[in-house]
Design a protein around this ligand. Structure first.
Ligand code: HEM
Length: 175
């Protein structure tokens, strides 16, 4: 975990203290509840599903847009101080594991962050300081989301690495 955090800081250029500044205040309360999060995820996924880059759009081809929006805003709400809507519906977020089926390369992470930055810009109900905090958190987190995919590919290729080994390889299945 410490190792992954360090890698995320090195590669994203965002120190853990900046990434987790989202915990300094309760953003859910500060932003006045759930609506800004719904607006953000809706705006984000509208951009993703309309992306001119086919390689990026295709990563989401098997997900329904409405489901993707709900999954995302419920996670954000829960992670940023609101009710644990995501876990009530789906259990532990375990994002690295949940991203494992998708090719989350660094290029994909950059594209994801590009759309998220644009989406944040479009939501006037999120104040500038909160936008900076959220973007730092996203940048930091995005870097690790491809780890599960690499290991899954290796597991398929070698037919030997069971899922249980992911954690022993240093992959935090939490977020
Ligand atoms: C789900 C791609 C980064 C949070 C997904 C899905 C895809 C995807 C294809 C499936 C859509 C769905 O059914 O919900 C990517 C890519 C990323 C990225 C290419 C680039 C780095 C992130 C980051 C976060 C995040 C940084 C959190 C800050 C989530 C959540 C889900 C999700 C909460 C729903 C998981 C589930 O319930 O199955 N992502 N993602 N993703 N992603 Fe990402």
């Amino acid at each position: 975990m410490a190792c992954l955090l360090q890698k995320a800081s090195d590669w994203s250029g965002v120190a853990a203290s900046d990434a987790f500044a989202i915990d300094d205040t309760n953003l859910f309360q500060a932003l006045g509840g759930i609506q800004p999060f719904i607006d953000l995820s809706t705006n984000f996924y509208n951009r993703v599903y309309d992306d001119e880059e086919e390689w990026f759009r295709s990563i989401f081809a098997n997900s329904k847009k409405e489901d993707a929006i709900q999954n995302q805003y419920e996670f954000f709400v829960q992670r940023m101080g609101g009710p644990d809507l995501y876990s009530q519906r789906k259990g532990h977020p375990a994002l690295i594991g949940r991203h494992a089926p998708f090719p989350v390369t660094h290029q994909a992470a950059e594209r994801w962050l590009y759309h998220m930055e644009q989406a944040l810009e479009s939501i006037p109900t999120i104040d500038p300081a909160s936008k900076v905090k959220m973007m730092n958190f996203f940048r930091h987190l995005s870097i690790n989301q491809g780890q599960g995919h690499e290991l899954l590919q290796r597991q398929k290729r070698d037919h030997v690495i069971p899922w249980a080994k992911l954690e022993s390889e240093g992959v935090d299945m939490g977020q």
